[in-house]
Design a protein around this ligand. Structure first.
Ligand SMILES: Nc1ncnc2c1ncn2[C@@H]1O[C@H](COP(=O)(O)OP(=O)(O)OP(=O)(O)O)[C@@H](O)[C@H]1O
Length: 645
């Protein structure tokens, strides 16, 4: 590209940015928005982008330390929303009033801060240098910003790297340097992600530039398929690389490339006839492991029998479950452990399976471990693996352990509260060091897992009673989710119908009757969805291909109803109309349709449920009454008993 073209491009980028600023309603006099994110949100960000920050700080910036320390500038690393994750450097060139401009946790979006290097890179997707007077807000015109985007291995925008300095310093090379730095970050991230299990091929037109960040980088699997590449590779080869074989790119067999000694350059000719110099690096971990894990079907490693339900069928509009789905599906892509709490049978495991299938790790294993189901003396060897002869009774070949089986995938520790104390200490070390040392071994193996744990007890109480380590609690509970019991779900009706459809055979053509649906909606379901599935299965088997009626329902179903005064009161009419002499239910119970008069004798459970709901809906009487399926009057009376109104 000619210099004139570059100038034209630059001018067009800045003009387009100024136009956006006008559309956002900014003026040159507007004050920049320099407020930091709330501390908790900032901490979350740091956690989510831990790898990016660490890679930049420890593997890239040190190479530029000399240049940076001699040129009085600030380096800022921002996420894909322009929020500063970390800043480094010398703030001597800024006045005390200008220091907040470089603070971590400040957002540099154009929308709030006008044309600026970070915000304009985000809007244009291109490296940009914003000179002093090109900043839209006058308040920002004390600096020159040079910034370049950072993309991840999938070529999705990950963040922006920015170098800002005093307007009077020479700037000729800064933009080039920032581009180089962002390319190094991208290359390092690709290395980290793939070096364990894949071949990495670095190539360039000249042997002297092979070491540079501008070399092409290809990630290739055992069969020679290209799994990932840096952006330079596509530029150098000038064609799209995704999922093609390396032998379609170069005229050398992959077999010959694989057997080239590590770090010894080889000459390759592209299919277009260009000569390239290349270096191949072999996987650092035995490739057999990698293949083994990826191909292991979930059921072999996970003693789980729950059905596979897609994530968009987990909730049918319950606000609490919706929120769980939204939060978890976002955080499963980050390195944040998830802890799910919920009564037995609410569908914790079904939810985890759906999440894993939905996540980018779905080609790898979901390993589900029920910590309560493994005998305590075997928990450690099952989880962490062991080497040959580590203990009496051990398998002669040794075992890899469930945690390593989840490498690159998801590890689900169900009933984590049941884990023996010794195993807890070992698990904590594994999570801190991200390495597993099998029993009897001195060697450790790096692991890359997403961790989801579940419990139906309060893990916090377990910590207080010294049954669960506090440090481990903090390690496993990044995002705490509560899956509500079935009786409290607002999408009960749809969920019941959905499960009925799943369970009914093609011969069963009758839908669930309105009355049965109503009865199911009132039921307290102490066994939650598991019980609902079982009741529907029994009823379907009893009814054969006839429509289901109450005589097909198991006795336990009615016992639960009788034991739940509230549900009983609400279900009475329905049962009366459905019942054809079912022996398990007595409708002359002292509980009548008006549970109002029994408010003060309501069970603690119902009272607690009422208060929980009331709190959940932040004191909104209509919503709480609707959720509990009671009248507003009844709710007022219950609240009065609880001393609230
Ligand atoms: N969303 C759903 N759709 C269909 N069936 C479901 C759903 N959620 C749960 N189930 C049914 O309920 C059963 C119990 O679910 P799951 O094992 O996930 O519960 P859990 O909360 O993990 O229970 P526990 O705490 O006892 O381990 C499943 O086997 C499945 O039959």
């Amino acid at each position: 590209m000619r210099n004139d073209d570059l100038v034209d491009d630059h001018t067009a980028t800045i003009q387009a940015s100024w136009q956006r600023c006008e559309e956002y309603g900014l003026s040159h006099q507007s004050s920049p928005h320099l407020e930091r994110l709330p501390e908790a949100d900032y901490r979350n960000l740091q956690w989510m982008y831990g790898d990016l920050v660490k890679t930049t700080a420890t593997e890239v910036l040190p190479y530029y330390e000399n240049i940076l320390s001699n040129s009085k500038c600030m380096v800022m690393l921002a996420d894909a929303k322009g929020q500063v994750l970390q800043s480094w450097g010398d703030s001597r060139f800024v006045t005390p009033q200008q220091k907040p401009f470089f603070r971590e946790g400040v957002s540099w979006q154009e929308r709030t801060n006008g044309t600026n290097a970070i915000g304009t890179v985000l809007a244009s997707g291109q490296p940009v240098q914003v000179l002093r007077d090109e900043h839209y807000l006058k308040a920002n015109r004390f600096m020159i910003g040079s910034a370049a985007p950072i993309y991840d291995a999938n070529h999705d925008l990950l963040g922006v790297l920015d170098v800002s300095s005093d307007a009077y310093l020479p700037q000729a090379h800064t933009l080039g340097m920032v581009r180089l730095m962002s390319q190094s970050v991208e290359n390092r991230l690709i290395f980290k992600k793939f070096a364990d299990e894949h071949f990495l091929i670095t190539f360039n037109t000249n042997i002297d530039t092979l070491d540079s960040q501008w070399s092409g980088l290809l990630v290739v699997n055992e069969d020679g398929m290209i799994i990932s590449a840096n952006r330079r590779a596509e530029l150098l080869l000038s064609f799209e690389l995704s999922m093609i074989n390396i032998s379609d790119v170069f005229d050398t067999r992959f077999f010959d490339m694989k057997h080239q000694p590590d770090n010894l350059p080889m000459r390759l000719r592209t299919q277009h006839g260009y000569q390239m110099q290349a270096i191949i690096r072999k996987p650092t971990q035995a490739i057999v492991d990698a293949v083994d894990f990826r191909n292991t079907p979930t059921k072999n490693t996970a003693p789980t029998h729950s059905p596979t339900v897609s994530l968009n069928r987990i909730s049918f509009g319950d606000p609490r479950v919706d929120k769980c789905v939204q939060q978890a599906s976002r955080l499963i892509e980050k390195d944040i452990p998830i802890l799910i709490h919920g009564e037995t049978g609410v569908g914790k495991e079904v939810f985890v399976k759906a999440l894993h299938e939905h996540s980018s790790r779905h080609q790898h294993s979901l390993v589900a471990v029920n910590c309560a189901a493994i005998p305590s003396e075997l928990v450690e060897s099952e989880l962490f693996g062991y080497v040959k002869g580590a203990f009496t009774g051990a398998n002669q070949k040794g075992a890899i352990g469930l945690i390593r089986k989840a490498h690159k995938g998801t590890l689900f520790l169900d009933e984590i509260g049941e884990m023996p104390t010794k195993a807890q200490a070992r698990l904590l070390r594994v999570l801190q060091e991200r390495k597993v040392t099998p029993l009897g071994s001195t060697e450790s193996f790096p692991i890359d897992i997403r961790l989801i744990s579940a419990t139906n007890r309060s893990l916090k109480d377990e910590v207080q009673q010294n049954n669960f380590r506090q440090d481990l609690y903090y390690r496993v509970s990044g995002l705490n989710l509560e899956l509500p019991p079935l009786r409290e779900r607002l999408d009960k009706r749809q969920l019941i119908q959905e499960i009925y459809k799943m369970e009914a055979s093609p011969e069963q053509t009758h839908p669930l009757s309105e009355q049965l649906l109503h009865l199911f909606e009132q039921h307290p379901w102490p066994g939650n969805i598991r019980q609902l599935v079982s009741v529907i299965q029994i009823a379907l088997a009893m009814a054969d291909s006839d429509p289901i009626n109450s005589s097909h329902l198991p006795d336990d179903f009615f016992n639960d109803l009788e034991n739940s005064p509230l549900a009983m009161a609400q279900a009475a009419d329905t049962v009366a109309s459905l019942q054809h002499g079912h022996p398990a239910i007595s409708l002359d119970s002292q509980i009548t349709h008006s549970d109002i008069k029994t408010t003060d004798t309501l069970s603690d459970d119902i009272q607690a449920q009422t208060l929980n709901m009331f709190e959940y809906y932040e004191g909104n009487v209509s919503k709480t009454a609707k959720a509990l399926n009671i009248s507003r009057n009844t709710l007022y009376k219950r609240l009065k008993v609880a001393g609230i109104r």
